[in-house]
Design a protein around this ligand. Structure first.
Ligand code: C5P
Ligand code: C5P
Ligand code: ZN
Length: 473
């Protein structure tokens, strides 16, 4: 196993030493509001709570310039950015760095800046791929472990964040994520094993688990209750036995094998690459300290619950669950989970009925969802469109959603194959945003931007130009 590079480890040690030197100062954490961001912020918050230090944490939709200005108005002495910041160094420098110590623990593709008030730790600077080997929560975890080795029991939260960012997209955890899993297993907080990667494998009736599985996407079944029931009927697996719904755990060996084979076939028939289709069986993560009957026991359900909170603007609830609330706020988070899953099913139905809204633009697909899809889930929807194989061509998708202030949220998604052939959407978003004076960046495989509403066509022209440069050689 490749260990965390010595230099990266030293950086975490130095950051924690600096923070210990300023132990009387209040720390403000600013994090992203999705599952990875909420777990990252939760890990850092918990680290300081355990040391009885003053800490404030807020999570934001996107670290835009306007948000950094809001942070600066609070006149902070120390700000830690988690799961954001590496792509926003220009604004951080202009707005914050003169008067405050800034620590960035991020995994997005970084810009480069040297400043005496900045500690910037990013895996890409050490040859580690932040889109699949470590997430924002993993970076927060390594910092936390450097601060106090007893924090290894936060490894489970770190892996929930990695799952939220789909770093286990093909059913395998890689790189630093594997080291974090080992820490978690040694600390007795998590277990990773091979199983069918169905959503709610421990908590839901089998037909619902199939309907709710979107990572990996099962074309024809994901998002459809009736098709999932029919699929089980055709396989001779009863949806109900003795008035009780059949759960995955109720299947005997033969039924289970039939189910796996049929799911893989269904995906391959619908043009999912075999490698991805076989990923329906892969690594799943169980959080051993969580109650057996709850959604928090499974890494993917936990991550989706947090995404439900963040993407429906209940960030505080998600953060509270990461910090350990299992009472009132946890119950509310369950409502967010159901609402989120329900909304995603509606989105998928919308896509199936509105494929004419997807424009084939030579080297990319463009989807203008206008006000029909909320800006908070446009990225998830873009992933669904790409993975559902409703599109013939193998090219990236760029989707747009209108925001309340009439600007546009842009989300782009590609596949691992495209990235291996040179596509880097983070760079595409950064380049096209610069061209229209917007703000953008992200990962090679998934990236985003915010631009003025009237700039969509121009933005797409810049994006096309950059994709051609990267991808067509
Ligand atoms: O800001 P952040 O890094 O947390 O967001 C990552 C986004 O990119 C998520 O929506 C995630 O699903 C997507 N992603 C992906 N595949 C990866 C890495 C990220 O789809 N390998
Ligand atoms: O919002 P969405 O899920 O499409 O974002 C994909 C990735 O791009 C996330 O990791 C997000 O943090 C990043 N992003 C960014 N700058 C933006 C918008 C998104 O770095 N303005
Ligand atoms: Zn992330």
């Amino acid at each position: 196993m490749k260990p965390v590079s010595g230099k990266l480890y030293r950086e975490f040690k130095e950051a924690s030493k600096t923070l210990k030197d300023y132990s009387d100062r209040v720390v403000r954490v600013v994090t992203h509001n999705d599952a990875d961001g909420l777990t990252a912020g939760g890990i850092v918050h918990k680290t300081f709570m355990r040391e009885n230090r003053s800490i404030h944490t807020r999570s934001v939709k996107q670290l835009e310039e306007i948000v950094i200005k809001e942070v600066s108005k609070e006149k902070p002495e120390i700000v830690i950015f988690t799961d954001c910041g590496s792509g926003q160094l220009d604004s951080i420098k202009d707005i914050l760095l003169d008067n405050c110590l800034v620590i960035i623990l991020d995994h997005h593709q970084p810009k480069i800046l040297d400043h005496e008030n900045l500690i910037h730790i990013n895996p890409h600077s050490h040859g580690i791929d932040g889109s699949k080997e470590i997430s924002g929560s993993g970076m927060a975890y390594l910092f936390s472990k450097a601060y106090n080795p007893e924090n290894v029991n936060l490894a489970a939260l770190a892996i929930v964040g990695a799952i939220g960012d789909n770093q286990d997209g093909d059913g395998v955890f890689r790189g630093v994520n594997r080291e974090i899993i080992k820490d978690g297993e040694d600390a007795g907080v998590l277990k990773v094993e091979k199983d069918l990667r169905l959503f709610g494998r421990q908590t839901r009736p089998l037909y619902r688990a199939i309907e709710y599985t979107t990572e990996p996407f099962i074309p024809g079944l994901s998002g459809s209750e009736s098709a999932s029931i029919q699929f089980l009927n055709d396989l001779g697996i009863p949806v109900k036995k003795d008035d009780e719904f059949t759960m995955l755990a109720d299947l005997d060996k033969d039924e289970r094998q039939r189910l796996v084979t049929a799911l893989v076939l269904k995906m391959i028939e619908n043009k999912v690459p075999p490698k991805l289709a076989e990923g329906i069986v892969g690594e799943v993560c169980t959080l051993l300290k969580e109650d057996r009957r709850t959604h928090l026991r499974d890494g993917r359900e936990f991550a989706t619950l947090l995404n439900g909170c963040g993407k429906h603007e209940k960030n505080g609830i998600g953060l509270a669950v990461c910090l350990g609330d299992r009472g009132k706020l946890y119950k509310k988070s369950l409502d967010m989970l159901y609402e989120h899953k329900g909304y995603l099913s509606k989105c998928y139905k919308w896509i199936s009925e509105n494929t004419d809204r997807i424009e084939d633009m030579e080297v990319l697909y463009a989807l203008d969802a206008g006000e029909d899809i909320d800006e908070n889930v446009i990225g998830t929807v873009a992933s669904m469109v790409l993975n559902s194989r409703i599109l013939e061509g193998l090219k990236p998708i760029i989707a747009f959603s209108k925001r309340d202030d009439n600007s546009l949220k842009v989300s782009s998604r590609g596949t691992r194959d495209m990235v291996e052939n040179g596509l880097n959407l983070g760079k595409v978003m950064a380049y096209a945003s610069e061209g229209v004076k917007g703000e953008g960046g992200g990962h090679d495989i998934a990236a985003g931007a915010v631009i003025e509403e009237g700039k969509k066509e121009e933005f797409l022209e810049y994006a096309k130009e950059e994709i051609k440069r990267q991808w067509m050689g």
